[in-house]
Design a protein around this ligand. Structure first.
Ligand code: DGT
Ligand code: MG
Length: 408
Protein backbone atom coordinates (compact mmCIF):
# COMPACT_ATOMS: atom_id res chain seq x y z
CA UNK A 1 0.00 0.00 0.00
CA UNK A 2 1.39 3.32 -1.03
CA UNK A 3 1.57 6.09 1.53
CA UNK A 4 1.12 9.48 -0.04
CA UNK A 5 2.45 12.22 2.15
CA UNK A 6 0.35 15.31 1.92
CA UNK A 7 2.39 18.45 1.77
CA UNK A 8 0.87 21.26 3.77
CA UNK A 9 2.46 24.53 2.84
CA UNK A 10 2.95 27.07 5.62
CA UNK A 11 1.30 30.44 5.42
CA UNK A 12 2.83 33.55 6.96
CA UNK A 13 2.10 37.30 6.64
CA UNK A 14 4.93 39.32 5.07
CA UNK A 15 5.82 41.77 7.83
CA UNK A 16 7.39 40.41 11.02
CA UNK A 17 5.24 42.86 13.02
CA UNK A 18 2.12 41.03 11.80
CA UNK A 19 3.39 37.75 13.23
CA UNK A 20 3.73 36.21 16.67
CA UNK A 21 7.29 34.99 17.11
CA UNK A 22 7.99 33.34 20.45
CA UNK A 23 11.36 32.08 21.65
CA UNK A 24 10.34 28.57 20.67
CA UNK A 25 12.11 28.05 17.38
CA UNK A 26 11.46 24.77 15.53
CA UNK A 27 13.98 25.53 12.81
CA UNK A 28 17.11 26.49 14.72
CA UNK A 29 19.53 24.78 12.32
CA UNK A 30 18.13 26.75 9.39
CA UNK A 31 17.80 30.06 11.24
CA UNK A 32 21.31 29.79 12.70
CA UNK A 33 22.71 29.31 9.20
CA UNK A 34 20.78 32.27 7.77
CA UNK A 35 21.68 34.43 10.80
CA UNK A 36 25.34 33.69 10.23
CA UNK A 37 25.03 34.82 6.61
CA UNK A 38 23.24 37.95 7.84
CA UNK A 39 25.95 38.61 10.41
CA UNK A 40 28.69 38.17 7.86
CA UNK A 41 26.95 40.59 5.48
CA UNK A 42 26.62 43.15 8.28
CA UNK A 43 30.27 42.71 9.23
CA UNK A 44 31.14 43.36 5.59
CA UNK A 45 28.93 46.46 5.64
CA UNK A 46 26.44 44.99 3.21
CA UNK A 47 23.41 45.92 5.24
CA UNK A 48 20.89 45.28 2.47
CA UNK A 49 21.97 41.68 2.17
CA UNK A 50 22.05 41.42 5.94
CA UNK A 51 18.42 42.48 6.25
CA UNK A 52 17.37 40.05 3.51
CA UNK A 53 18.87 37.10 5.43
CA UNK A 54 17.41 38.38 8.74
CA UNK A 55 13.95 38.53 7.15
CA UNK A 56 14.30 35.03 5.76
CA UNK A 57 15.43 33.70 9.15
CA UNK A 58 12.51 35.49 10.84
CA UNK A 59 9.98 33.77 8.58
CA UNK A 60 11.37 30.36 9.56
CA UNK A 61 11.42 31.32 13.26
CA UNK A 62 7.64 31.70 13.37
CA UNK A 63 6.77 28.38 11.70
CA UNK A 64 4.80 26.00 13.98
CA UNK A 65 6.98 22.97 13.19
CA UNK A 66 10.26 21.97 11.54
CA UNK A 67 10.48 22.37 7.78
CA UNK A 68 10.77 18.95 6.09
CA UNK A 69 10.55 19.75 2.42
CA UNK A 70 11.03 22.67 0.08
CA UNK A 71 7.42 22.27 -1.08
CA UNK A 72 6.23 23.48 2.33
CA UNK A 73 7.95 26.80 1.71
CA UNK A 74 6.07 27.59 -1.48
CA UNK A 75 4.45 30.99 -1.30
CA UNK A 76 6.24 32.10 1.87
CA UNK A 77 7.38 35.76 1.88
CA UNK A 78 10.98 37.02 2.22
CA UNK A 79 12.69 33.83 1.03
CA UNK A 80 15.05 34.89 -1.74
CA UNK A 81 16.96 32.59 -4.09
CA UNK A 82 20.07 32.65 -1.95
CA UNK A 83 18.22 31.77 1.26
CA UNK A 84 16.26 29.02 -0.51
CA UNK A 85 19.49 27.52 -1.85
CA UNK A 86 20.95 27.41 1.67
CA UNK A 87 17.78 25.89 3.13
CA UNK A 88 17.63 23.25 0.39
CA UNK A 89 21.21 22.17 0.96
CA UNK A 90 20.66 21.90 4.71
CA UNK A 91 17.47 19.86 4.27
CA UNK A 92 19.30 17.52 1.88
CA UNK A 93 22.71 17.19 3.52
CA UNK A 94 22.34 18.54 7.04
CA UNK A 95 24.63 21.53 6.49
CA UNK A 96 25.34 24.41 4.14
CA UNK A 97 28.80 24.35 2.57
CA UNK A 98 28.74 28.12 2.17
CA UNK A 99 27.93 28.68 5.83
CA UNK A 100 30.46 26.12 7.04
CA UNK A 101 33.30 27.55 4.97
CA UNK A 102 32.39 31.06 6.10
CA UNK A 103 32.42 30.00 9.73
CA UNK A 104 35.93 28.59 9.23
CA UNK A 105 37.29 31.47 7.18
CA UNK A 106 40.13 33.54 8.66
CA UNK A 107 38.38 36.77 7.77
CA UNK A 108 35.12 35.87 9.48
CA UNK A 109 36.95 34.66 12.58
CA UNK A 110 39.03 37.83 12.75
CA UNK A 111 35.98 40.08 12.25
CA UNK A 112 34.19 38.19 15.03
CA UNK A 113 37.05 38.54 17.50
CA UNK A 114 37.72 42.20 16.76
CA UNK A 115 34.08 43.36 16.71
CA UNK A 116 33.68 41.38 19.92
CA UNK A 117 35.59 44.25 21.51
CA UNK A 118 33.09 46.77 22.90
CA UNK A 119 33.41 49.99 20.86
CA UNK A 120 34.76 48.30 17.74
CA UNK A 121 32.45 48.21 14.73
CA UNK A 122 32.78 46.59 11.31
CA UNK A 123 34.67 49.54 9.79
CA UNK A 124 37.40 49.61 12.41
CA UNK A 125 37.76 45.83 12.41
CA UNK A 126 38.09 45.82 8.63
CA UNK A 127 40.81 48.49 8.74
CA UNK A 128 42.75 46.56 11.38
CA UNK A 129 42.51 43.34 9.37
CA UNK A 130 43.87 45.15 6.31
CA UNK A 131 46.76 46.30 8.50
CA UNK A 132 47.46 42.69 9.45
CA UNK A 133 45.73 42.53 12.84
CA UNK A 134 43.69 39.33 13.27
CA UNK A 135 43.44 38.81 17.02
CA UNK A 136 43.68 40.50 20.41
CA UNK A 137 47.39 39.77 20.89
CA UNK A 138 48.24 41.27 17.51
CA UNK A 139 46.12 44.29 18.42
CA UNK A 140 47.97 44.73 21.72
CA UNK A 141 51.33 44.32 19.99
CA UNK A 142 50.38 46.92 17.41
CA UNK A 143 50.67 50.65 17.71
CA UNK A 144 46.95 51.15 17.13
CA UNK A 145 45.40 53.98 19.09
CA UNK A 146 42.26 53.03 20.98
CA UNK A 147 39.52 55.32 22.20
CA UNK A 148 38.18 55.09 25.75
CA UNK A 149 35.38 52.64 24.87
CA UNK A 150 37.78 50.34 23.03
CA UNK A 151 40.28 50.43 25.89
CA UNK A 152 37.51 49.33 28.26
CA UNK A 153 36.35 46.77 25.71
CA UNK A 154 39.80 45.22 25.45
CA UNK A 155 40.33 45.29 29.20
CA UNK A 156 37.01 43.49 29.89
CA UNK A 157 36.96 41.39 26.73
CA UNK A 158 36.49 38.04 28.44
CA UNK A 159 33.62 39.16 30.70
CA UNK A 160 31.80 41.10 28.00
CA UNK A 161 31.81 38.06 25.71
CA UNK A 162 30.04 35.89 28.28
CA UNK A 163 26.27 35.95 27.98
CA UNK A 164 24.46 37.93 30.66
CA UNK A 165 22.02 35.75 32.62
CA UNK A 166 18.51 36.63 33.79
CA UNK A 167 19.78 36.38 37.40
CA UNK A 168 22.41 39.01 36.63
CA UNK A 169 19.79 41.19 34.93
CA UNK A 170 17.60 40.92 38.05
CA UNK A 171 20.52 41.78 40.35
CA UNK A 172 21.38 44.86 38.31
CA UNK A 173 17.68 45.81 38.05
CA UNK A 174 17.54 45.93 41.83
CA UNK A 175 20.61 48.18 42.05
CA UNK A 176 19.28 50.42 39.29
CA UNK A 177 15.80 50.69 40.82
CA UNK A 178 17.25 51.73 44.18
CA UNK A 179 19.58 54.25 42.55
CA UNK A 180 16.97 55.82 40.28
CA UNK A 181 14.45 56.25 43.11
CA UNK A 182 17.09 57.70 45.43
CA UNK A 183 18.03 60.44 42.96
CA UNK A 184 14.43 61.16 41.87
CA UNK A 185 11.56 59.78 43.96
CA UNK A 186 8.67 58.72 41.74
CA UNK A 187 10.88 57.97 38.75
CA UNK A 188 10.06 54.70 36.98
CA UNK A 189 12.41 52.16 35.51
CA UNK A 190 11.56 49.40 33.04
CA UNK A 191 13.67 46.49 31.85
CA UNK A 192 13.64 46.61 28.04
CA UNK A 193 15.53 44.83 25.22
CA UNK A 194 15.76 41.04 25.04
CA UNK A 195 15.01 40.45 28.72
CA UNK A 196 11.62 42.16 28.35
CA UNK A 197 10.91 39.73 25.50
CA UNK A 198 11.49 36.86 27.93
CA UNK A 199 15.00 35.88 26.87
CA UNK A 200 16.98 34.06 29.56
CA UNK A 201 20.32 35.48 28.36
CA UNK A 202 21.50 38.53 26.47
CA UNK A 203 24.56 40.45 25.41
CA UNK A 204 23.66 43.40 27.61
CA UNK A 205 20.93 44.72 29.90
CA UNK A 206 18.76 47.61 28.73
CA UNK A 207 16.73 49.97 30.94
CA UNK A 208 14.27 52.75 30.16
CA UNK A 209 13.77 55.43 32.79
CA UNK A 210 11.02 58.06 32.97
CA UNK A 211 9.00 60.15 35.44
CA UNK A 212 5.17 60.45 35.38
CA UNK A 213 5.43 64.24 35.45
CA UNK A 214 6.65 65.65 32.13
CA UNK A 215 9.96 67.48 32.46
CA UNK A 216 10.95 65.94 35.79
CA UNK A 217 13.21 63.51 33.88
CA UNK A 218 15.44 66.38 32.74
CA UNK A 219 18.94 66.05 34.12
CA UNK A 220 18.07 62.62 35.51
CA UNK A 221 20.66 60.67 33.53
CA UNK A 222 23.66 62.56 34.86
CA UNK A 223 22.37 62.20 38.43
CA UNK A 224 21.83 58.46 38.02
CA UNK A 225 25.29 58.05 36.51
CA UNK A 226 26.96 60.10 39.27
CA UNK A 227 25.16 58.07 41.92
CA UNK A 228 26.20 54.77 40.32
CA UNK A 229 29.76 56.06 40.04
CA UNK A 230 29.81 57.12 43.69
CA UNK A 231 28.78 53.59 44.66
CA UNK A 232 31.61 52.16 42.58
CA UNK A 233 29.35 50.34 40.12
CA UNK A 234 30.69 51.76 36.86
CA UNK A 235 33.82 50.54 35.11
CA UNK A 236 33.01 52.71 32.10
CA UNK A 237 30.27 55.06 31.01
CA UNK A 238 29.58 57.35 28.13
CA UNK A 239 26.46 59.46 28.07
CA UNK A 240 25.24 60.75 24.75
CA UNK A 241 22.29 62.54 23.43
CA UNK A 242 20.27 59.95 21.56
CA UNK A 243 21.65 59.88 18.06
CA UNK A 244 19.41 57.23 16.57
CA UNK A 245 18.22 59.49 13.78
CA UNK A 246 17.55 57.43 10.75
CA UNK A 247 16.68 59.26 7.58
CA UNK A 248 13.64 56.99 7.35
CA UNK A 249 12.20 58.62 10.44
CA UNK A 250 11.92 61.74 8.27
CA UNK A 251 9.22 64.13 9.42
CA UNK A 252 8.45 61.90 12.40
CA UNK A 253 11.26 63.47 14.33
CA UNK A 254 10.11 65.73 17.12
CA UNK A 255 13.18 67.93 16.96
CA UNK A 256 12.31 70.04 19.99
CA UNK A 257 12.01 66.97 22.21
CA UNK A 258 15.16 65.41 20.87
CA UNK A 259 17.50 66.99 23.38
CA UNK A 260 15.80 65.35 26.32
CA UNK A 261 16.26 61.83 25.05
CA UNK A 262 19.48 60.66 26.61
CA UNK A 263 21.35 57.39 26.46
CA UNK A 264 24.20 55.96 28.49
CA UNK A 265 26.41 53.10 27.40
CA UNK A 266 28.04 51.62 30.47
CA UNK A 267 30.02 48.72 31.82
CA UNK A 268 28.79 47.63 35.22
CA UNK A 269 30.90 46.02 37.92
CA UNK A 270 28.71 43.26 39.31
CA UNK A 271 29.61 41.21 42.38
CA UNK A 272 29.68 37.50 41.55
CA UNK A 273 27.46 36.60 44.49
CA UNK A 274 24.33 38.38 45.57
CA UNK A 275 23.36 39.15 49.17
CA UNK A 276 21.95 35.66 49.72
CA UNK A 277 25.26 34.20 48.65
CA UNK A 278 23.74 32.71 45.55
CA UNK A 279 25.95 32.45 42.54
CA UNK A 280 24.66 34.68 39.76
CA UNK A 281 26.55 33.04 36.97
CA UNK A 282 28.07 29.78 35.98
CA UNK A 283 31.81 29.87 35.66
CA UNK A 284 32.70 29.24 32.06
CA UNK A 285 29.20 30.19 30.99
CA UNK A 286 28.32 29.95 27.34
CA UNK A 287 30.14 32.44 25.19
CA UNK A 288 28.19 35.26 23.72
CA UNK A 289 27.23 34.67 20.14
CA UNK A 290 24.92 37.53 19.28
CA UNK A 291 25.60 40.44 16.98
CA UNK A 292 28.85 41.80 18.38
CA UNK A 293 29.47 45.41 17.60
CA UNK A 294 26.29 45.80 15.60
CA UNK A 295 25.19 48.65 17.79
CA UNK A 296 28.60 49.59 19.11
CA UNK A 297 28.87 53.22 20.08
CA UNK A 298 32.20 53.70 18.31
CA UNK A 299 30.84 56.38 16.00
CA UNK A 300 29.86 58.51 18.93
CA UNK A 301 33.14 58.18 20.73
CA UNK A 302 35.20 61.15 21.64
CA UNK A 303 38.27 61.49 19.50
CA UNK A 304 40.06 63.73 21.98
CA UNK A 305 43.66 62.72 22.29
CA UNK A 306 43.42 62.55 26.08
CA UNK A 307 40.94 59.71 25.64
CA UNK A 308 43.19 57.66 23.48
CA UNK A 309 45.79 55.12 24.32
CA UNK A 310 47.98 52.60 22.54
CA UNK A 311 46.55 49.09 22.39
CA UNK A 312 49.77 47.71 23.88
CA UNK A 313 49.31 49.71 27.09
CA UNK A 314 46.36 47.55 28.02
CA UNK A 315 48.40 44.46 28.64
CA UNK A 316 46.53 41.20 29.00
CA UNK A 317 43.91 42.28 31.48
CA UNK A 318 40.99 40.44 29.97
CA UNK A 319 42.26 37.06 31.21
CA UNK A 320 39.76 35.49 33.58
CA UNK A 321 41.13 35.50 37.10
CA UNK A 322 40.22 32.77 39.58
CA UNK A 323 40.03 35.21 42.43
CA UNK A 324 38.08 37.95 40.77
CA UNK A 325 34.92 38.45 42.80
CA UNK A 326 33.13 40.54 40.23
CA UNK A 327 32.44 40.58 36.56
CA UNK A 328 31.91 43.26 33.92
CA UNK A 329 28.44 43.52 32.33
CA UNK A 330 27.24 45.84 29.56
CA UNK A 331 24.32 48.00 30.64
CA UNK A 332 22.45 50.53 28.47
CA UNK A 333 20.30 53.25 30.01
CA UNK A 334 17.76 55.40 28.19
CA UNK A 335 15.79 58.29 29.69
CA UNK A 336 12.58 59.41 28.02
CA UNK A 337 9.99 62.05 28.90
CA UNK A 338 6.64 60.50 29.79
CA UNK A 339 5.00 61.94 26.65
CA UNK A 340 7.27 59.73 24.53
CA UNK A 341 7.42 56.77 26.90
CA UNK A 342 5.17 54.40 24.92
CA UNK A 343 7.20 55.03 21.75
CA UNK A 344 10.48 54.57 23.59
CA UNK A 345 9.21 51.36 25.22
CA UNK A 346 8.08 49.94 21.88
CA UNK A 347 11.25 51.11 20.13
CA UNK A 348 13.66 49.65 22.67
CA UNK A 349 12.02 46.31 23.31
CA UNK A 350 13.07 44.85 19.98
CA UNK A 351 13.90 42.55 18.44
CA UNK A 352 15.89 44.68 16.03
CA UNK A 353 14.16 43.08 13.07
CA UNK A 354 10.72 43.51 14.65
CA UNK A 355 11.48 47.23 15.08
CA UNK A 356 12.68 47.58 11.52
CA UNK A 357 9.56 45.84 10.24
CA UNK A 358 7.28 48.08 12.32
CA UNK A 359 8.87 51.14 10.73
CA UNK A 360 8.66 49.59 7.28
CA UNK A 361 4.98 48.73 7.82
CA UNK A 362 4.25 52.26 9.08
CA UNK A 363 5.94 53.87 6.06
CA UNK A 364 4.89 51.53 3.26
CA UNK A 365 1.45 50.46 4.39
CA UNK A 366 0.20 53.47 6.36
CA UNK A 367 2.18 56.52 5.15
CA UNK A 368 3.23 57.04 8.72
CA UNK A 369 6.63 57.54 10.22
CA UNK A 370 7.43 55.71 13.46
CA UNK A 371 10.41 56.39 15.69
CA UNK A 372 11.24 55.78 19.36
CA UNK A 373 9.91 59.28 19.98
CA UNK A 374 6.70 59.65 18.03
CA UNK A 375 4.36 58.55 15.27
CA UNK A 376 3.70 60.99 12.45
CA UNK A 377 0.77 60.53 10.09
CA UNK A 378 1.73 62.06 6.74
CA UNK A 379 -1.81 61.92 5.35
CA UNK A 380 -3.25 63.88 8.26
CA UNK A 381 -0.08 65.93 8.65
CA UNK A 382 0.02 65.44 12.43
CA UNK A 383 1.55 63.44 15.25
CA UNK A 384 -0.59 60.69 16.77
CA UNK A 385 -0.45 60.51 20.55
CA UNK A 386 -0.17 57.30 22.49
CA UNK A 387 0.26 56.44 26.15
CA UNK A 388 0.63 52.68 25.66
CA UNK A 389 2.11 50.24 23.18
CA UNK A 390 -1.42 48.95 22.51
CA UNK A 391 -2.46 52.39 21.24
CA UNK A 392 0.52 52.55 18.88
CA UNK A 393 -0.34 49.16 17.35
CA UNK A 394 -3.94 50.38 16.99
CA UNK A 395 -2.82 53.59 15.23
CA UNK A 396 -0.79 51.42 12.86
CA UNK A 397 -3.73 49.12 12.15
CA UNK A 398 -1.87 46.15 13.58
CA UNK A 399 -3.00 43.49 16.02
CA UNK A 400 -1.20 43.98 19.36
CA UNK A 401 1.81 41.71 19.70
CA UNK A 402 3.08 41.34 23.30
CA UNK A 403 6.86 41.56 23.94
CA UNK A 404 7.24 37.77 24.34
CA UNK A 405 6.00 37.36 20.76
CA UNK A 406 8.29 39.99 19.21
CA UNK A 407 11.27 37.63 18.97
CA UNK A 408 11.53 37.87 15.18
P1 DGT B 1 20.53 41.17 23.37
O1 DGT B 1 20.97 42.34 24.16
O2 DGT B 1 21.60 40.61 22.51
O3 DGT B 1 19.87 40.13 24.20
O4 DGT B 1 19.39 41.64 22.35
P2 DGT B 1 18.47 42.92 22.44
O5 DGT B 1 17.25 42.65 21.66
O6 DGT B 1 18.32 43.39 23.84
O7 DGT B 1 19.26 43.97 21.58
P3 DGT B 1 20.03 45.30 22.03
O8 DGT B 1 20.42 45.27 23.45
O9 DGT B 1 21.08 45.53 21.02
O10 DGT B 1 18.98 46.45 21.82
C1 DGT B 1 17.72 46.47 22.47
C2 DGT B 1 16.69 46.99 21.56
O11 DGT B 1 16.80 48.39 21.45
C3 DGT B 1 16.86 46.44 20.18
O12 DGT B 1 15.90 45.46 19.97
C4 DGT B 1 16.66 47.59 19.25
C5 DGT B 1 16.74 48.79 20.10
N1 DGT B 1 17.92 49.63 19.86
C6 DGT B 1 19.20 49.32 19.90
N2 DGT B 1 19.97 50.39 19.69
C7 DGT B 1 19.12 51.42 19.53
C8 DGT B 1 19.27 52.81 19.30
O13 DGT B 1 20.36 53.34 19.19
N3 DGT B 1 18.11 53.54 19.23
C9 DGT B 1 16.88 52.98 19.37
N4 DGT B 1 15.80 53.75 19.29
N5 DGT B 1 16.72 51.70 19.57
C10 DGT B 1 17.81 50.93 19.65
MG1 MG C 1 19.96 44.01 25.02
Amino acid sequence: QQITEEVVAFSVPSYACQRRTTLENHNMVLTDALSLLAENAELSEEDGRGVAFRRAAAVLKCLPEPVRSMAQLRGLPCLGDHSLRVIKEILETGASSEVESMRESERYKALKVLTGIFGVGAKTADRWIREGIQDLQQLRDSEQTLNRAQQAGLEHYHDLNQLVTKAEADAISEIMERTVISVLPGAQMTLIGGFRRGKQTGHDIDFLITHPEEGREEGLMSKVVSCLEAQGFLLYQKTTRNSYLESSSGPGRPSSNMDRFERCFSIFKLAKEDKRGETLMEDGAKTLNGDPGSHSPSSGQSQASGDRKRASEDGAKDKPSKHKRWRAVRVDLVVSPISQFAFALLGWTGSKLFERELRRWAGHERSMSLSSHALFDSKQGRYLRATSEEEIFAHLGLEFIPPSERNA
